[in-house]
Each structure stands twice: as C-alpha cells, then as structure tokens.
Design a protein around this ligand. Structure first.
Ligand SMILES: [Zn+2]
Length: 203
C-alpha cells in the first residue's frame, strides 16, 4: 500500500520537473503573453478575478448572443432567477455588486422603443419585483436601475436590450473599485441565484 501512497508524490514531482523544463524552453515573448491582463510582476498584491478575464477575452461575445442562449439552459446553469412570459430575470455574470440582476426580454431587440406593449409592462413589473426581492433577501438599502442603450452608452451586449438592477448598501463602495479597479464580491453566483430565486417566489 505504500506504493499507492507514493504515487501522487511521484506524479507531482514529474509535473514540477516538466514545468521547470517548460520554463526553460519558453522565450521572453511567450512568458509576457501568459501574463496578459495580469501585468508584469511588481510589488503589488493581486486579487484574481477570473470571471473578469473571461469577459475581457470576449467569452460570450462571439457569434451567439448570450441573452438568447440563457433561456435554453437550466435555471441553475443560466443563473436564471425567474422566467416571465415575455422577459426573464438573470444574475449578471460580471456583477458590480452581489445580487446584480438583469431583466431581459426573450426577443433579440436592441432598442427600448422596439419593445411591444406587453414586453414593456412585464419589464416594468419584473423590475419592481426585483427591487422587492433584493430588499427582502439581502436588505438592499438602495438601487441603481437602468439600461445602457448602444455600445457608445456602455452596453456590454448592445444587440440585446437588458435592464440592470444593482442593489446598494451604505458603505458598499470602498477603495477597491475606486483605486484598485477591482470589485470584491463576498458571495458566489450560484449561491446568490439560489437565495434570490427562493426569495422571488416567497414575496
Ligand atoms: Zn439575443
């Protein structure tokens, strides 16, 4: 049985040796590329936010529209909090704050003035319900609500309209986003989705 115990160590040793060999073979240029988005080594500490990296590298920005794909997923895979008749409610994958929700029409339209009357009404009622849910589930004290229409206005996915609802708490902004351009999110997205999906139907 001692052999079985030794094996993982052996494997780890081989991996380390392989990594070291790999290091030696890489040129400066390749090493710099591996640091893309992380920066060159310096005196500062790093808080890694791999979800931001996926965003920067364009995941979900390719051919398919993520807002058209999400309703085809399960609620937990798509981080869907609730499905209405014309619009759905989904957690933002790249949130500004914990519980950052988006209200999205199923139809792939970019303009608010392109929504039908039913879509407009449901977007409004879902927004109201989102406010109540976030207040109930997480004690949100305020909100930023709105949409960025068009790329020049800051829309990440301009082709498919979406309304943001960002819960706010007193003192939720600290030096990190201001100086460090990094948001610290204390809760994982699947946990937040579970919490909000429960609260959504409770109230
Ligand atoms: Zn779409």
């Amino acid at each position: 049985m001692s052999g079985a115990r030794e094996q993982p160590e052996l494997v780890a040793k081989e991996q380390r040796a392989e990594e070291q060999r790999g290091e030696g073979q890489r040129g400066e240029g390749q090493r710099a590329e591996e640091q893309r988005g992380v920066g060159l080594q310096d005196a500062f500490g790093r808080l890694y936010t791999p979800h931001r990296m996926a965003y920067i590298q364009g995941e979900g920005k390719g051919e398919g529209c993520p807002f058209c794909a999400v309703p085809g997923m399960t609620d937990s895979d798509g981080l869907i909090v609730s499905r209405g008749e014309h619009c759905f409610v989904v957690l933002n994958l790249y949130p500004y704050n914990s519980g950052h929700l988006m209200l999205v029409p199923y139809r792939h339209v970019s303009g608010y003035d392109e929504l039908t009357a039913q879509e407009t009404v449901e977007l409004g009622t879902l927004t109201q319900h989102a406010l109540r849910t976030l207040r109930h589930a997480s004690g949100a004290q305020g909100f930023n609500v709105g949409m960025n229409l068009g790329g020049v206005a800051g829309a990440g996915i301009a082709a498919h309209l979406h309304q943001h609802v960002v819960p706010r708490w007193g003192g939720d902004t600290n030096f990190m986003p201001v100086v460090g351009q990094t948001k610290v999110l204390p809760q994982l997205l699947p946990q937040t989705r579970d919490l909000l999906a429960r609260a959504w139907s409770e109230i």
